[in-house]
Design a protein around this ligand. Structure first.
Ligand code: FES
Ligand code: FES
Length: 154
């Protein structure tokens, strides 16, 4: 089947999509957007998080057909050209990126949190990021990154 959707503000089309295919597969393998990562493919790790009509979802759990006619924003779409979003830049500056596999999903989750709550407490940050697993950092630098991003919101 053909799936028509808007990705990062642009109308996109994917052909030959099969019924069981995920939105994550379409984004990565058909539309050339490898930012969202495929780590568990079971909705457990959050590394595939994207916005779907403005709401963060695990793209591995969304059937591609469910995205028909809808708006997707991926981690690539948070940047403004070459200028990183403050959340992305803060992850870099705080040293919150090691292997980087979890980073896109954490950036999307933190971006969503800060859009709703510009001055979150540590508890609120932990709760907002609870669905995103990181095997490398021990999470402290990730908390630092979100705190830093909160001070940089425009
Ligand atoms: S790859 Fe989607 S939640 Fe892990
Ligand atoms: S930096 Fe490696 S999983 Fe988080």
């Amino acid at each position: 089947m053909r799936v028509n959707l808007t990705v990062n503000g642009e109308p996109r089309q994917a052909d030959d999509v099969w019924a069981g295919e995920s939105l994550l597969y379409v984004l990565r393998e058909r539309l050339g957007l490898p930012g969202s990562k495929n780590a568990c493919e079971q909705g457990e790790c959050g590394s595939c998080s994207v916005y779907l009509d403005g709401v963060p979802v695990c793209a591995c759990l969304v059937a591609a057909g469910q995205a028909e006619g809808r708006e997707v924003r991926t981690v690539e779409g948070l940047a403004d050209g070459d200028r990183l979003d403050p959340v992305q830049q803060s992850f870099v500056d705080a040293g919150a990126v090691q292997c980087g596999f979890c980073t896109p999903g954490l950036v999307v989750a933190a971006h969503d949190l800060l859009a709703r709550n510009g001055a979150p407490s540590d508890e609120e940050i932990r709760e907002a990021l609870a669905g995103n697993l990181c095997r490398c950092t021990g999470y402290e630098t990730i908390l630092d990154a979100v705190r830093l991003a909160a001070t940089r919101q425009e």
